[in-house]
Design a protein around this ligand. Structure first.
Ligand code: FAD
Length: 563
């Protein structure tokens, strides 16, 4: 059997390696257009930033090492330019010319290419993408040869990694993003923390802004923005998204949707004998059922492995699991990570959901170095199923999101998180870990013990309810909602008449710093007959939701005068 694989990186090489382990007799040929195979695309930004010093570290394997270890016939510099699905041949272009190559099974893992929008001047040699080893070397060369100012267009994961890398190399970096926030899939109240961190790194972040043209200059280019701002740049990184690299295969008859190849549960395309995996394929989201390409290394690697199973052991091959899109990125001292669906995806799918906000310490508060993990978790209000989770913090974010990703994959309900036995000692966690606490909050919400209100509803709440702030006075004076009644939660039980008088029959909506004391106050009020609710995530989430507006909305002056 001859297996021909197109694309020699994540999905393609996983497929090739697994195929060899299953069948010593198969002829396995990997065709790769670029100069390198098995390279660490995810490591490219860290080479640009200098943390990975030598570009050779990015080359995880070479054709020679793959031949020696796995008897693979790996051919860099070989581009597939046509497929004849009836004759079961591919046409390959290389330095030697054109070649027809027959296959018994063809696996397509061509990935995605960086999208370059058609804005005037985009062809300038100072405009670069970050997709290949050559791209990374070119960026690093620019840095090493004295580039001082960089503009990164797009604040998605790769754009942010590129910006962080260039800032680490001492460049003045501007990031321009069309969406109103960096990292568009991240919930706004967490993205605000990322925006602040980018600014703390000295990065000039411009959100809600388009680049309209690039003017080539002698010494530098100028990026012109929609508001007329002009940004000088020695280097422009185009990072506004990717497109499945499938034109050749769509022409050959492989069914595609919006350019992404449609595959069944085993990675089989619409054409017999052709499988496809990775960034170039359409996935069905496990939570929402949405059909979209998922450009992540883990799913591509795992799908490649399972496709080899389907080719060589179809009777026992497992289905490729539907992805839940778990992703993580470092931004300065912060880590941002997400898994499952976000609000936008749940809204688009018409799914009802409740959101929980927590600001739990990553390890015991009394142990030096405790810091908060800011968590946002969406649950199904009927079944309690976990739908999505996101977190931002300086430590421990990866662990919590991986646990929550596992829980989503396992189909767990939020209350089941309470029972997870997670590793604990003071330097690592808390006896009630952030994940356990999420379960407790979720269970309380599901069974009505805790009723939440949300920061995005602040304007309505101000109109219709009494806001009761139960923080300490030293916290209250740092900023509170105008018109709120201030009673520290430790005094609340003795001052319920005061609350009743101020409420005048209106509901009471409680605020504290993070949602813990307001939940206690809510229980006091609810049991005393009040219509009460606790602000999800407290003032921390309120501030992050308001973003730049917080300074205008929250009042500090009057309180200070009263002290
Ligand atoms: C800078 C960067 C950082 C990233 N960081 C992360 C991360 O931290 N975490 C994460 O999960 N994901 C990350 N990703 C995404 C991840 O790398 C991809 O999701 C993954 O590599 C996709 O695997 P794939 O096999 O589909 O495509 P790729 O790994 O991109 O491989 C496709 C290969 O096919 C070749 N090819 C295309 N067409 C042809 C043709 N016609 N003939 C021959 N060869 C062809 C291409 O040259 C390419 O080398 C990152 C990507 C980039 C670019």
């Amino acid at each position: 059997m001859r297996i021909v694989i197109v694309g020699g990186v994540a999905g393609g090489m996983s497929c090739a390696a697994r195929a060899r382990r299953l069948d010593e007799s198969a002829e396995i040929i990997v065709l790769e257009r670029g100069a390198h195979v098995s390279f660490a695309n995810c490591g490219l930004p860290y080479f640009v930033g200098g943390e990975i010093a030598d570009s050779r570290a990015l080359l995880v394997q070479t054709p020679a090492s793959l031949r020696a270890a796995l008897a693979l016939d790996v051919r860099p510099g070989n581009e597939v330019i046509a497929v004849d699905a009836h004759a079961r041949t591919v046409t390959v272009r290389s330095a030697e010319g054109l070649e027809q190559l027959a296959y018994d099974a063809l696996v397509l893992s061509p990935g995605a290419s960086a999208f370059v929008p058609p804005i005037p001047g985009v062809g300038s040699p100072r405009v670069r993408t970050l997709r290949t080893v050559e791209d990374a070397i070119a960026l690093r060369d620019k840095v090493d040869s004295g580039a001082r100012r960089a503009v990164v267009l797009g604040a998605g994961f790769i754009g942010i990694e590129a910006a962080e890398a260039l800032a680490a190399q001492g460049l003045d970096v501007s990031v321009v993003e069309l969406a109103p926030q960096p990292l568009p899939p991240v919930e706004p109240e967490l993205a605000w923390l990322v925006a602040q961190e980018l600014r703390a790194l000295g990065i000039d972040l411009r959100v809600g802004m388009a680049a309209t043209s690039i003017h080539q200059g002698t010494d530098a280019d100028t990026v012109v923005l929609a508001d007329g701002t002009e940004l000088e740049a020695d280097l422009i990184v185009m990072s506004v998204g990717v497109r499945p690299d499938t034109a050749v295969f769509e022409e050959a008859g492989v069914a595609c949707e919006r350019g992404a190849m449609i595959v069944d549960g085993h990675g089989r395309t619409s054409v017999p004998g052709i499988w496809a995996v990775g960034d170039a394929t359409l996935s069905v989201d496990a939570v929402t059922g949405a059909r979209r390409p998922v450009a992540l290394a883990g799913p591509a690697n795992r799908a490649g492995r399972l496709v080899a199973d389907d080719i060589l052991r179809p009777e026992t091959a497992r289905e490729i699991p539907q992805p839940i899109g778990t992703a993580i990125v470092r931004v300065g001292s912060l880590t941002a990570a997400l898994t499952g669906a976000n609000r936008m995806a749940l809204d688009a799918a018409g799914s009802g959901f409740r959101t929980l906000h927590l600001h739990a310490n990553q390890h015991a508060g009394y142990f030096p170095g405790a810091s908060q993990i800011h968590l946002v978790v969406h649950i199904d209000p009927e079944s309690g199923l976990l739908l999505g989770a996101q977190a931002v913090g300086t430590e421990g974010v990866d662990k919590r999101i991986d646990v929550l990703a596992t829980a989503i994959r396992a189909g767990m309900t939020v209350d089941e998180l309470i029972d997870l036995d997670l590793a604990y000692s003071p330097p690592y966690g808390q006896a009630k870990d952030a994940v356990n606490l999420t379960g407790m909050v979720g269970e309380n919400v599901l069974n009505g013990t805790l009723r939440l209100w949300y920061a995005e509803d602040l304007d309505d709440v101000v109109d219709e309810a009494l806001i009761l702030d139960v923080r300490r006075t030293d916290e209250w004076i740092t900023g509170h909602v105008p018109g709120a009644l201030h009673i520290p939660h430790t005094e609340l039980r003795g001052r319920l008449d005061e609350v009743r008088a101020h409420a005048g029959g209106r509901p009471v909506r409680v605020i504290c710093a993070s949602g813990v004391r307001s939940a206690i106050a809510h229980r006091v009020l609810a049991q005393a007959g009040f219509d009460s609710a606790s602000l999800s995530g407290g003032i921390l989430t309120l501030r992050a939701t308001l973003g730049a507006r917080a300074a205008d909305v929250l009042e500090t002056e009057d309180a200070l005068q009263g002290v």
